[in-house]
Write a protein that binds this ligand. Structure first.
Ligand code: NAD
Length: 346
């Protein structure tokens, strides 16, 4: 099983179970040999020291070490966790069970991590958009106006790759608020600013925008990549994006999903659009097991292949069944898990 480990004050059992179930369908959509998992701690990592974060993580591993493992349940970074947290997990688990680099993915490249893992989810979101544009005759990313909610791992890497592709990133935000520039933000400048100030807000030369306003800006592409449940029945009618790529997990409530479908706004669903992270986690795990490393070009090329093949299947099913891409993704995923279950005789 595979899934992210989340450190966030609002995390509870229901949310973790829902996210774990989504991981089952996500790994099936991109055809990875895993079931779904999720976990975490209800804590605000920004409010504790680095030492406390390490002690908390190691203590957590001592309590759950019988449940996780390279052949059972393999955590990866999610909201509030990062490569350092994965390194502590690997170290603590290895103290108990012996050397086990494959117990967690998203580790630092200097400690059995994979090249290209940190940026994988953001890169996958951009590959998904490219496939969608090609398929629907939407042209290139160049010049497209994009708004990104959340400037953490997923959002900031998506911003970098969009900027490199010549798209105009017109707004970005984090938990403190957002910034916008209709001409396009200078993404390297935003990254510098964020590194220094720990927030994108207050960026010189840009206007302030709230998280609520960002979601309804007149843009070509909207990428919610912070928390879940941000597109709701209260704002779905105001959304002006031409396409939504779900970088975050469950950013769209079921009511909003229906309204957006009625309005003809296509959605690249989370279980496809943000599957780049788990795909490169899979590459990391296979490298750990084989004790062999891949170059970044190979990782990127393979990630592109997985995202392209998954898109081709979803788009075919969506056309054949006349359903939105999200429904197509569930048809594909449930079909694959169902066939495997029947073949095992379960
Ligand atoms: P992160 O902790 O690196 O970044 C989260 C970002 O969201 C930060 O910029 C934070 O300030 C912002 N944020 C938090 N609360 C907010 C709020 N109330 N309003 C606006 N912004 C807010 O997390 P991440 O790893 O980038 O994950 C973001 C989303 O992507 C989550 O839904 C996660 O489950 C999903 N996801 C992550 C990965 C991955 O590889 N990291 C893979 C698949 C899906």
């Amino acid at each position: 099983m595979k899934g992210g480990l989340r450190y966030h004050p609002s995390l509870d059992m229901d949310e973790a179970l829902a996210l774990a179930s989504l991981m089952t369908w996500k790994t099936a959509v991109v055809n990875l040999p895993y079931g779904g998992a999720k976990g975490g701690i209800a804590v605000d990592p920004k409010k504790i020291s680095e030492r406390e974060l390490e002690r908390l993580t190691r203590c957590f591993v001592r309590h759950i070490h019988e449940l996780i493992g390279p052949q059972t349940d393999i955590p990866a970074p999610d909201v509030g966790t990062n490569a350092q947290v994965m390194a502590w997990i690997m170290d603590e688990y290895s103290r108990i069970h012996g050397f086990s680099p494959g117990v967690a993915t998203g580790k630092p490249v200097d400690l059995f991590g994979s090249k290209g893992r940190e940026e994988a989810t953001g890169r996958g979101v951009v590959f998904a958009l490219e496939e969608f544009l090609k398929d629907t005759g939407g042209g290139e990313l160049r010049g497209k106006r994009c708004a990104i909610q959340g400037f953490g791992n997923v959002g900031s890497w998506a911003a970098r790759f969009l900027h490199e592709a010549g798209a105009r990133v017109v707004a970005v935000s984090d938990s403190r608020g957002g910034v916008r520039n209709p001409e396009g933000l200078d993404v390297p400048q935003v990254l510098d600013h964020q590194r220094q100030k720990k927030t994108v807000t207050g960026l010189p030369g840009a206007d302030a925008v709230s998280n609520e306003e960002l979601l309804v800006l007149d843009v070509d592409v909207l990428i919610p990549s912070a928390l879940g449940g941000v597109l709701t029945k209260a704002n779905a009618r105001e959304v002006r994006a031409r396409v939504i790529a779900e970088g975050a997990n469950v950013p769209t409530t079921p009511e909003a999903d229906e309204i957006l479908a009625e309005r003809g706004i296509p959605i690249l669903p989370d279980i496809y659009a943000n599957a780049g992270g788990v795909t490169v986690s899979y590459f990391e795990w296979t490298q750990n097991i084989q004790q062999f490393t891949w170059e970044e070009e190979k990782i990127t090329a393979e990630l592109r292949r997985y995202m392209r093949e998954a898109y081709a299947t979803l788009s075919r099913v969506a056309r054949e069944r006349r359903v939105p891409l999200r429904t197509a993704a569930f048809i594909v995923a449930i079909g694959r898990v169902g066939r495997a279950t029947v073949l095992r005789g379960l």
